[in-house]
Each structure stands twice: as C-alpha cells, then as structure tokens.
Design a protein around this ligand. Sequence first.
Ligand SMILES: Cc1cc2nc3c(=O)[nH]c(=O)nc-3n(C[C@H](O)[C@H](O)[C@H](O)COP(=O)(O)OP(=O)(O)OC[C@H]3O[C@@H](n4cnc5c(N)ncnc54)[C@H](O)[C@@H]3O)c2cc1C
Length: 449
Amino acid sequence: MDCLSIAATGAAMSCCFGRGWLAVVVGVGLDDPMKYSALAILRHALTGNRSWKPVWRQPEPRAAYDTVIVGGGGHGLATAHYLAKLHGITDVAVVEKGYLGSGNVGRNTTIIRSNYLLPGNTHFYEHSMKLWEGLEQDINYNAMVSQRGVLNLCHSDGQRDAYARRGNAMRIAGVDAELLDAAQVKAMLPLLNTDNPRFPVKGGLLQRRGGTVRHDAVAWGYARAADSRGVDLLQNTEVIGIRVEGGRVRGVETTRGFIAAKRVGLAVAGNTSRVAAMAGLRLPIESHVLQAFVSEAVKPMIDCVVTYGAGHFYVSQSDKGGLVFGGDIDGYNSYAQRGGLPVVEDVMEGGVQLFPAMSRLRYLRQWGGIMDMSMDGSPIIDRTPVEGLFLNCGWCYGGFKATPASGWCFAHTIATGQPHALNAEFRLDRFATGAVLDEKGVGAQPNQH
Ligand SMILES: Cc1cc2nc3c(=O)[nH]c(=O)nc-3n(C[C@H](O)[C@H](O)[C@H](O)COP(=O)(O)OP(=O)(O)OC[C@H]3O[C@@H](n4cnc5c(N)ncnc54)[C@H](O)[C@@H]3O)c2cc1C
C-alpha cells in the first residue's frame, strides 16, 4: 500500500525514526487481525507479536448441525470452505479423529497437474488447476503454489504416440500441453540419464502449469477459511458409528457423543471402507499403503516435477533443497501408515536409474499414507443409497491435486443434492452399470496399476 492509498483510505500514519526502530500506526484495514497482509505483519511486529489469534477455534461439539463432514483432510476441509463460501451453509462441523492434516493431505508428494486424457477427468482436474491458481487469494493463505511444470518422460515410440494423443486431447479441452523431444528434455534436465540402453528417454509430455503446492498449508489454509465463516472444526473426535433410521442418515456417533445432522459427507480417504461400513455400505474401494521419501537438501538440481515412464517413480525438489520422491503402492491391503522395504528398494532403483547423481544422496525421511484405491482409478463424488449420506473417495494416489475441485464439487453435491456436471461421471453406481472411468495408469488394478 503506497502513501497515497493510505491517505485515500483515511489512514493515520506516523513514522518515527530513532535508535534504529520504526513505529507505524495505521488506522484502517487492521480491524481483522487475522487477515494476513504485509501491513498486518508489520503491525504485529511492532506490538511484540502478542496479538496474533489462534488460526482456528477449538469449539466444543454442538448437539446438532445441518451438515457434518467426516474427515479433516484436504477434501473435507475444502468441502467445508466451499459449503460456507459458495452455498451459504455455515452450520457445519468437520469431524476429524486426529489433528487436522494428519492424513494423506500432509503426507503426499505435493504434485498438482491436470494432464488427463478422458473427458470425465480432464475438465474436473482442469477446474482444480484453475482453483489452485486463485487459491491463495481466495483463502488469504500462502500455500506456496509453484507452477514449475510436470514432465512425464517417454521411453518408446509407442509411449510417445500415447503421450501425443493425451497432449492433443488436453489441448482440445483447453489445457496446456507440450510434446518435447529428447534434446528438449535434456536441455531442461541436464542431470537426467537419457541414454539408458534399455529405457532411453525419447521425449516427454510437459504441462507447464503443473507443479507443486505445500501440502499441509493447504489443510491449514482451508481450515482457517472455513473456521472464519463459522464452521466448527472438531479435532480428536472419531466417528465410530453412523445413525441411519428409515433409510435416512440422522447423524454420527463419535468419541465425544452423538452429533445429529441432516446431511453427512464422508471424506475419509484411506478409511473409506471402514467408515462407510458403519452405514451398511460395501464399496468398490481397497486400502493400500503408498510411501514417500525426502533426501538431504542439496543445491538446485531438478527444477520441475519429473515422472518416469518406464517404471513408477516421480521426483521434485522442495524449496528447502530436499528431493521429494515416491513410486508404487506397496501392493497389499493395509491400514498402517508405513510401508515395507521392497518398495523402498524399488523406488531408489528408479531414482538412480533416472538421476545417477541421486546415488550420492542420503535420504532423510520416509513415511506412508493409506490410499483409497478405486477399481477403475477414478474417484467417487456422489450421493449414496442412504438419504442424506454423501460420499467422496477413490482418490488412489492422485487426490491431492484434486483437493480444490473435489471440495468444490462435493459441496455442490451436498448443497443441491445433485452432482455438478464436473463430477457427473464420478458416480458410485458406475461399477454396477459398467460406465467406468478407466484412465490408463492411474489404478484400474490396485495391485498392478
Ligand atoms: C505418500 C503419498 C504421496 C502422494 N502424492 C500425491 C501427489 O503427489 N499428488 C496427488 O495429487 N496426490 C498424492 N497423494 C494422494 C493424496 O494425498 C490423497 O489422495 C488425498 O490427500 C486424499 O484426500 P484427503 O486429503 O481428504 O485425505 P486425508 O488427509 O487422509 O483425510 C482423511 C481424514 O479422515 C480422517 N478420518 C478417517 N477415519 C475417520 C473417522 N472414523 N472419524 C473421523 N475422522 C476420520 C483421517 O484421520 C484423515 O485426517 C499421495 C498420497 C500419499 C500417501
């Protein structure tokens, strides 16, 4: 804000220089101390940083809400935000068994992209990309959205043809895509091994608007935005039952008592089968572990997201300098948030094959998250046979990028009782009707994908 605009808004500003300190008193724009801005940081700094408020409230559960969202991950919190902001539904509680962001939203490798082939997916993920592009302004929170590009490498002529087809489909749908040859890829990534005799790099499909977003900031930002509109965020509150009477949902049993609700939305990712079973639903979802890894910090060596087309490996470099990477799911059903050593070895092999320099890095941390794998690799955002009970799941290992659009569409579906056109194909009954959305390579067979 320059002096003119301060004057124009009636601010009173007095500056006093002496002993190296500056005091600024500004009379407008500061009524809401939780509105983040450079001016707010300055004001708090000058008052000893004693007036920051908690980022969200810690309310006691009320006896009843209009809507209860089960799951305080990215999707649940985004749903609450859009319910409040776009549909004016603020009588909402998000019920989370742990702390906000303790699930997959804080465990993923932070990749966002909208490079899908099938129309049912393309428009949805592109909507998500557009929401990412405006997210920080929307929720007044720095989520470190970094559109550094996502490059899918191809290693055979057939794979390049498939990428050309996907890129063309994306461009027809208005999504950016560029097909690169091997020389262009090498120019982008000098440390990439392009000459492996078995899997030489023939080129790649680049989406420049893809990239990374700081994952836990997404949870915190949506939580703060929802809370500021009156949504109650109930942490350490596990749903242990779903009350259904006469085919209609009546509320949820929790470790802090019964909470009545006219509408209940499930957004519990890897725990979907367990929670849905509380309402008598058996779903086409399997739970699998996916691991992620971070190396020690090094100088910049990879400035986009790279995925390996001949194996299952993806890597980017965080702003702190660590390589963030991952690979396949572990391949057995589990609810444990940790994985096994065979996948660790497989991921390291993929990394070293692509970037031989990685063999000299030490890796710092590794963890796992529980994936809600659907049988065609595509999500479900829909009503259920239980009146008033809604379902958001099936994100496989790609649901982080979907967070904004998932919340947006789920909020629409809950508020109106009908799916939006963007999630019209993410139907629960598609596994019975056969209208599956089988996007190759994203999980048609959870054990092979
Ligand atoms: C290692 C790893 C890497 C990944 N990499 C990427 C990536 O790069 N890009 C991408 O797009 N996607 C990625 N994903 C997938 C993505 O993280 C998930 O698909 C997405 O986060 C799932 O949605 P969510 O954020 O709502 O899930 P979660 O954060 O898991 O939220 C679900 C919440 O429900 C809560 N819950 C469960 N049961 C109950 C209950 N009974 N009562 C109350 N609360 C309950 C859980 O505690 C949890 O907090 C990755 C996932 C993992 C694990």
